[in-house]
Design a protein around this ligand. Structure first.
Ligand SMILES: Nc1ncnc2c1ncn2[C@@H]1O[C@H](COP(=O)(O)OP(=O)(O)OP(=O)(O)O)[C@@H](O)[C@H]1O
Length: 237
């Protein structure tokens, strides 16, 4: 079966995450939940940055992780974007985007052409030669998204990618990201505590509270029949 099929069991002190997650190719699934629910832990486990206590992560035909084992990062087709762009300050925007492609063995000319095309898709083609200190926070986050998307990862992990942005900038980056995700054939998992991000960017929302999924569905389904007070508060009628 293609796509992501994961059972994530992670124990961190007193906290236990126990989450089943499947994402079809082309699908965007949002993990929505309050602080400390385990969303970032789930994403880090999918990325191989946190070991599984039990369970497994399978992406297409490859097992990326199971208890006590993760596949070498070079064999994982995974892109990860965090709240802060974390660009390399000494590289231009185009070089930042090309970096991941070069690391995968893509030749310099092809990597820079692909990087330029990806920056253009995210609406910042004119910034390819700019350095991170010359661009705004919203532009930097678009560069970080371009860097993750350019190698066409089979799995894209977005951890609160809009949370650090001002409201107006947030709306425009959300719109461009939504458009880009609609044309993406990989699996995407978006972590957010913002119901607007979840509703606008995902096909399906999984609500996580205290390490477990309490409900899943579209925003309309969650609004119609909220399973917990948190879901009711996030999706008022
Ligand atoms: N490095 C760590 N070591 C031990 N426990 C941790 C570590 N990181 C997170 N935790 C614990 O794991 C639990 C889940 O945290 P996590 O960051 O995954 O939640 P979250 O839903 O992403 O919340 P937030 O929105 O606040 O980031 C919390 O109880 C937290 O204290």
């Amino acid at each position: 079966m293609s796509g992501l099929v994961a059972r994530l069991v992670v124990e961190r002190g007193a906290f236990r995450l126990d989450l089943d997650l499947t994402v079809a190719p082309g699908e965007v699934v949002a993990l929505l939940g309050p602080n400390g629910a385990g969303k970032s832990t789930a994403l880090a486990a999918l990325a191989g940055a946190v070991p599984l206590t039990a369970g497994s992560v399978r992406l297409d035909d490859l097992v990326l992780a199971d208890a006590g084992r993760t596949v070498d990062p070079s064999r994982r087709s995974v892109g990860w974007v965090l709240q802060d762009a974390l660009l390399f300050p000494h590289l231009t925007a185009g070089e930042n985007v090309a970096f991941g492609l070069r690391a995968r063995g893509v030749r310099r000319g092809e990597a820079s052409a692909t990087a330029a095309a990806e920056l253009a898709r995210l609406g910042i083609g004119e910034l390819a030669s700019a350095r991170p200190r010359e661009i705004s926070g919203g532009q930097a986050q678009r560069v970080a998204l371009a860097r993750a998307l350019a190698p066409r990862p089979r799995l894209l992990l977005l951890d609160e990618p809009l949370a650090a942005l001002d409201v107006e900038v947030r709306d425009s980056v959300r719109a461009v990201l939504g458009e880009r995700l609609r044309g993406n054939d990989g699996c995407t998992v978006l972590v957010t505590h913002d119901p607007v991000d979840a509703e606008r960017l995902s096909d399906r929302i999984v609500v996580v509270e205290r390490g477990v999924a309490v409900q899943e569905g579209t925003a309309a389904q969650l609004r119609d029949a909220p399973a917990t007070p948190y879901v009711a508060a996030m999706f008022p009628v």
